[in-house]
Design a protein around this ligand. Structure first.
Ligand SMILES: [Mg+2]
Length: 411
């Protein structure tokens, strides 16, 4: 096996998808077989491509069949800086190696993970309302959402398209029912206290009630509070939403103890952990019983390392859900993980795509009755279409730390 999948070239590429750029890692073997991974820099992660390129010389001449050996070698080289963008770079490298290995063996990646335990994956429609409102100019006029009517319309559309679950975010409503997003955790608005006031809580309740009314009783509704509050605010919100019918409330905090306390006060299940890297970061959340569902970002962690995280979660009787708001390749990477882990809950997916998204990949995910069909093609089952990259070159004006305008002092 040592003479198979010998790495000859490591390259990062990117393409534009209107409101952000997609990032890819391409690892080519001496026999021409190519392993791909999708990674991301938009979600608070500048510099991942630079780290991959700086480490890439260590991969040349090695066999992708021994991806764990390579991962540990790279971990040795970066140990003091472990986590964050270093972890994301190693995760991307691992994912490309898995694709290359699977293609060399002519099997789907899930065969490297123990084989699949399910053929289809329940998904939820993520960023429901959020994309069509916050990035309205990128969608056709009839899809754009400005107010409560638009919120009702997309809620019905979720049902009409056969999906069984949706996830939304925090919105303010004005006197005319017009909506605006609220996310101080991401700097919009600039409010470093991340305090949540009465209006935000009242409007979030209204937003979720509006979606429930329009979607009907058979759809699961999820809400993502992200990093937008501190413990006091999360407590207020979970108490205020107690009378609603919710699938989960998603909360990001770096303190598992405070999250465990919030969970103890919540009528609804709590999900978290989407920004954690490595099993050592997840373990305190399991030990503290801080989450009902652990969200694992497999593009960040690497799918093989994510299997270890899922196994640890299973030992605490916790199910996992992949963090997935990227392009089709990342969706497929998450699909192989979700197909192979016994303790799978539900998979995130962005249904609102830009028109040319499908042009950038050889295969788009196939959704049927609210489920993603697990692909059986070799590797991840889709590849970036390099020919389309020339048509949609990466936009340098987009990227990390450019998503929102900074606040300014008025004193
Ligand atoms: Mg989230």
């Amino acid at each position: 096996m040592r003479n198979k999948a010998i790495i000859a070239e490591v390259k990062t590429l990117s393409a534009n998808i209107s409101f952000r750029n997609y990032q890819f890692l391409k690892i080519t073997a001496e026999d021409g077989t190519v392993g791909w991974a999708e990674f991301d820099v938009n979600f608070g992660s500048p510099g991942v491509a630079g780290i991959i390129n700086e480490l890439s010389h260590r991969l040349i001449g090695q066999s992708a069949m021994y991806h764990e050996f390579i991962f540990e070698d790279l971990r040795n080289m970066t140990r003091p800086g472990w986590g964050g963008v270093i972890g994301e770079a190693l995760g991307a490298i691992e994912n490309a190696l898995l694709d290359l290995k699977a293609k060399t063996l002519d099997v789907p990646v899930y065969m490297l993970l123990g084989g699949k335990v399910r053929d289809k994956l329940r998904v939820y429609w993520s960023h429901c309302v959020s994309y069509r409102h916050g990035r309205a100019s990128h969608y056709p006029e009839d899809k754009r959402i400005y107010d409560a009517d638009g919120v009702r319309k997309i809620s019905r559309e979720v049902v009409d398209q056969g999906f069984t679950a949706l996830k939304t975010n925090i919105f303010h409503y004005d006197g005319e029912g017009r909506i605006s997003g609220w996310g101080p955790g991401m700097g919009a608005p600039y409010e470093p206290g991340r305090n949540v006031e009465r209006k935000t809580i009242r409007d979030l309740h209204r937003h979720l009630s509006t979606m429930r009314e329009a979607a009907g009783p058979d759809v699961d509704i999820l809400v993502d509070l992200n990093f937008n509050m501190r413990t006091e605010g999360y407590l207020k919100v979970v108490r205020a939403l107690a009378d609603l019918d919710l699938f989960w409330i998603e909360i990001d905090t770096m303190d598992p103890k405070s999250l465990a306390y919030v969970r103890s006060q919540s009528k609804h299940p709590i999900s978290s952990c989407e920004t954690l890297i490595g099993l050592n970061q997840f373990l305190p959340y399991f030990e503290q019983q801080a989450v009902d569902v652990a969200i694992v970002d497999t593009p960040w962690n690497g799918v093989w390392q994510s299997m270890k995280i899922a196994a640890a979660a299973a030992a605490y009787d916790v199910n996992v859900a992949p963090h997935n708001f990227y392009g089709h390749l990342a969706t497929m990477m998450n699909a192989h993980f979700s197909a192979a882990v016994p303790n799978f809950r539900i998979m995130e997916t962005d249904i609102d795509r830009i028109a040319w998204d499908n042009e950038l990949f050889t295969h788009a995910p196939e959704y049927r009755d609210g489920y993603l069909i697990v692909p059986d093609r070799p590797g991840w089952g889709t590849e970036p279409n390099e020919a389309a990259f020339a048509k949609y070159p990466a936009n340098p004006a987009l990227g990390p730390a450019k998503r929102t305008t900074p606040g300014f002092l008025t004193i």
